[in-house]
Each structure stands twice: as C-alpha cells, then as structure tokens.
Write a protein of this length. Structure first.
Length: 329
C-alpha cells in the first residue's frame, strides 16, 4: 500500500514534536508564510489574465484598485504574519523602514525578514520569480532593530518560494533542506525534494556577464578559467531572478555570483533579505557562501538595506573563487 504524501503542515508538526519545549509559535509563523505563498502564487499565475501588472493604483475591470505584484506580495506577507502576534519585528525589501507591527506582537519571540517578490525585472514577462524569508529569535533586549540586524548564522529558519513551472517551498531550520511542491488540486505543499544536497561541483556558472568590464581582476580571471576548465565543460545560465538561479544551482550544482564592480561597489543583492537566507540554505545543503573576504553568515549587519557581494553554490566552485580572489584581488 502506498503511503499518502507528506504535506508541509504535517512535516512542520512532526518537526515541532522533536522540540518538547516548543509552544507552536514558530510553526504558526511558518504556516502563515506558506499561506501567503499560496496567495502570491495564485496571483502570479493569473497575472497575465487579469492585467494586474503595470503601474500601481491602476483599476481592473471591476473598478477595483490594482497593485503591482511586488506591493501585493509585500502586503500579503504582512497580513499573514502580523495577526500571529508572535513577530516582534519585521523588515521587508519593499519598505525603507521596519514594518510597523500591531501591539499584540510586542511580546513576540521572533523577528522575520523577507523579500516578498524577488526578481522584479522578470515580473512583467512571465519568468520565474520568488519570495525569500528568514526567521530569527528575538534578540535579548527590547530593541526591535537589533532583532533584525543579527548575523545570518543566528537564523533559526530560512526559505524561499519559487513561482516557476510549479510553485515550490524550500526551507531549512538548520537540520537539512527540504522542498515541497504545491499541488494546486489540493492546495497543499507536498514533500517532493527531501534532504536536498548540493553536488560538490557542478557545470553551471551564473553571473551577469554584461558587467565584465567593471569586475575586479579576480572575478575576470575566475570566469576565464571556468570557461576553459580542464576537467569539464561549464555552461552559463542567468535568469536574473536570484531564487530561480539559486534553485537550479542548488539542485544541479554550480555557482551563482553577484560580485562587486565599479558601479555596484558592494554588489547588488541585500544582505538581510537575499544573501543571508540563501547562504543559510546553501550551507545546510553542503555548499558554501562568501562575499570574497568572509563567510556571508558571519557578517554583522549594520543597516536594514545594506548590500553585499554574493558568491554561493557548490564547494568546489566557491573555494576556487576564493583562490582567484586571493591571487588577483
Ligand atoms: P530585485 O530585488 O529588484 O528583484 O533585484 C534582485 C535581482 C535578483 O533576483 C537577481 O539575481 C539580480 O537582481 C539580477 O540583477 P541584474 O539585473 O543586474 O542581472
Ligand atoms: Mg530582491
């Protein structure tokens, strides 16, 4: 007799039972993120049909005000998390300051960071995009900002949702990485990719090569070497959505790079909403992540929207980059 598939909800509950002191707050937060993801997925999938895209505050055929999908996604995340009363602080890539939380969250024991819809340039053209999130325990004192500005290695959970040919929810609580695929017929995420491990090396390198002339010598020499690698033929893949590029490389192996250049002197990606969650996941899957000088998860954030160079993926390719960086700068 075949067993019924493991749903994300059941998986979370079974994980919670492994922690006898758990009171369910964390599971509730994660459940709510998964709920928001289903709503966002639904809107992303029908985006072309209902002309929800375009400038914010346009009207649909029912005369209702429409929003851009990234603003919509931001609101859905907040609407899902705030009512839990468990989140003392939130920060979103879409908002300049901390997300205001309602009073019932003041005692909340967790802080959440998220990029509600990453891959903005791909939203209007039907190319895979995603939601990224990270969850921290509240910092000891009452400073909410401090709870959000913790090092990535303090994350208790990180995950992403990819809205691709199917919708997938991938997350880790520091005990391996698991992926769940949304079955739209039952409206549930079902365990499809248990215990994901990134291969030791891959054949894919992902970098926006139009920045070549602005790169440092280290990155230029690295890419030249990769293209003429003595042992295997690499191929380039660049979707322009971190979630999609990362997800592919996580499953197939390889490296994703958004390094610093003369225009983006600190790279383009944000430490809190993009680099830290993905770095936590890749390390849990057996890979590596660096800014070229230090492990991403060791960086002490100083502001909500700071950027960082990001090089992450299979161990072999990331270690090789560090050698080139060391040699050429
Ligand atoms: P966004 O937060 O505005 O969506 O930008 C982040 C995205 C990443 O998903 C992607 O890796 C990168 O920007 C692509 O940048 P570029 O357009 O320079 O290739
Ligand atoms: Mg983003």
């Amino acid at each position: 007799m075949s067993t019924s598939p493991m749903s994300l909800s059941r998986f979370m509950l079974e994980e919670e039972r492994k922690h006898p002191k758990a009171v369910g707050d964390f599971t509730l937060i994660l459940e709510q993120i998964a709920f928001a993801a289903k709503i966002i997925s639904r809107e992303v999938n029908k985006a072309g049909l209902v002309s929800i895209l375009g400038a914010a505050s346009t009207h649909n055929i029912h005369g209702e005000t429409q929003q851009k999908l990234d603003l919509f996604s931001n609101e859905e995340m907040i609407k899902a998390l705030d009512p839990t009363g468990k989140v003392c602080a939130m920060a979103s890539e879409e908002m300049d300051d901390m997300v205001p939380v309602s009073d019932k969250n003041l005692e909340g024991r967790y802080a959440v960071v998220f990029d509600p819809l990453d891959g903005s340039s791909n939203i209007d053209v039907n190319v895979s995009i995603g939601t990224i999130f990270g969850i921290y325990k509240r910092a000891n004192d009452n400073d909410c900002l401090k709870s959000l500005l913790q090092k990535g290695k303090e994350l208790v959970c990180a995950g992403y949702v990819i809205y691709g040919s199917s919708t997938m929810f991938v997350y880790t609580t520091g005990n391996g990485v698991n992926g769940f695929t949304l079955d739209p017929s039952v409206g549930e995420f079902l365990l499809s990719h248990p215990n994901i491990k990134i291969p030791e090396y891959g054949k894919i390198y992902s970098i926006n090569e139009s920045n070549y002339d602005r790169w440092t010598k280290g990155i230029q020499e690295y890419v030249k070497f990769i293209k003429n690698h003595p042992d295997r033929q690499y191929t380039a893949r660049w979707i322009g959505s971190l979630v999609a590029d990362f997800h592919r490389n996580l499953l197939k192996g390889g490296v994703f790079l958004y390094p610093e250049d003369t225009k983006n002197t600190k790279g383009k990606l944000r430490l809190l909403y993009e680099a830290n969650p993905m770095s936590f996941i890749v390390e849990q899957a057996g890979g590596m992540s660096t800014n070229g000088r230090e492990r991403i998860l060791d960086i002490q954030p100083t502001s909500l929207h700071e950027k960082t160079p990001l090089i992450l993926g299979s161990k072999y390719e990331v270690e090789l980059y560090l050698q080139y960086r060391e040699k050429y700068g």
